[in-house]
Design a protein around this ligand. Structure first.
Ligand SMILES: NC(=O)c1ccc[n+]([C@@H]2O[C@H](COP(=O)([O-])OP(=O)(O)OC[C@H]3O[C@@H](n4cnc5c(N)ncnc54)[C@H](O)[C@@H]3O)[C@@H](O)[C@H]2O)c1
Length: 315
């Protein structure tokens, strides 16, 4: 079926992987990418054949840029992703106002929206338990707060209008196309870079903190499946299996054929999250989503792509 698919933030990390997957899944559809290029890399879209326009989705420019496109599917990933931004007004304007504009466009075109939420809405959970979507939220910074507000707005807007807006609550996504994110790229990328420079990978003492790392191909698959959600709701997007930073280094060593020992250093923060773990039951039951990549396999494939051993449209 031919669709008109709008992807915001499509020149970013997850957005570009998503755009290229959509291009291969829907060869007869039109795909329009909008991105303000504040944290993007145009090289992520070199294999993309559709239209790419510079646009800040939080401004009225959005309405002009989309005027004749009539999207029936909208993937909204555009967002400030620098979680250390402390300018609260800026964060709220870009992330929340931008999302409201997208909901208006969706409503005008009778489109379905899938938008990027974040596991950061759960906050610093102290118990080592799988996090269910409906548990209490404790956003600890204004980035997380903006995502929390987006989840609430989606629900309200949907109640008022009947529009379907589905949140995908990403955990720690890693994979090709994230290098432009610098210190906000995944720890897997940071540690890979250190090891490639011949350095011992540096992690906080004693590397046993665990994260739910999810490979970008799984995150993209889940994002596309979310279009089929029965109603407005939010789904966790993780692997469902937390792994320690020591595990990450072990798998990087295996993939690179090296034998680096971690270099531990004291964590400078008063509070550092020990554990994140996505409960993936809802995504499995409602959308049939099962992550395909164990961390070991995801890291192996990612390293092979970065080393040029596997062909992938983004490196
Ligand atoms: N990568 C992760 O682990 C992760 C975790 C949780 C949530 N997320 C969410 O997933 C989405 C994609 O993140 P990513 O990791 O690909 O980061 P990214 O920074 O690579 O992508 C964000 C994209 O949005 C664009 N953008 C920012 N503000 C914009 C605006 N006002 N108008 C138009 N474009 C704008 C940027 O230029 C960039 O291309 C974001 O919404 C992010 O909050 C990502």
């Amino acid at each position: 079926m031919a669709n008109n698919i709008l992807v915001t933030g499509g020149a970013g990390f997850i957005g570009a992987n998503l755009t290229l997957k959509l291009q291969s899944m829907y060869p007869d559809s039109k795909i329009l990418v909008l991105d303000d290029f504040t944290s993007a890399n145009f090289k992520n879209l070199i294999k993309f054949k559709g239209e790419v326009l510079a646009c800040d989705v939080s401004t009225d420019e959005l309405f002009f840029k989309v005027e004749d496109f009539n999207p029936n599917m909208i993937f909204h990933l555009a967002s400030i992703t620098d979680t250390t931004v402390t300018d609260q007004e800026l964060m709220m304007r870009k992330n929340v106002d931008g999302f409201k504009n997208i909901l208006e466009i969706a409503y005008d075109n009778n489109a379905t929206v899938v938008y990027a939420s974040s596991a950061s809405v759960y906050g610093n959970v102290k118990e080592h338990v799988p996090l269910k979507e409906d548990r209490e939220k404790h956003p600890e910074n204004v980035y997380a707060f903006s995502k929390y507000v987006m989840d609430n707005i989606a629900e309200d807007f949907s109640k008022d209008t009947g529009l379907k807006a589905v949140g995908v609550r990403y955990f720690n996504v890693y994979g090709p196309g994230e290098a432009h994110k610098g210190k906000f790229a995944s720890m897997i990328f940071q540690l890979y870079k250190q090891m490639k420079e011949g350095k011992r990978p540096r992690i906080f003492e004693y590397g046993e903190q665990k994260r739910d790392f999810v490979y970008v191909k799984d995150a993209v698959e889940m994002t596309i499946l979310a279009m089929n959600a029965p109603k407005t709701t939010v789904y966790n997007v993780g692997s469902g299996e937390p792994h320690s930073f020591n595990d990450v280094i072990k798998y990087l060593n295996e993939a690179l054929g090296t034998n680096y020992e971690p270099e531990y250093f004291e964590c400078p923060y008063d509070f550092y999250q020990e554990y994140t773990h996505a409960d993936m039951t809802k995504a499995k039951e409602e959308l049939g989503f099962v992550p395909k990549y164990h961390l070991k396999e995801g890291i192996k494939e990612y390293v092979d792509i970065m080393e040029g051993k596997i062909d992938y449209p983004i490196r």
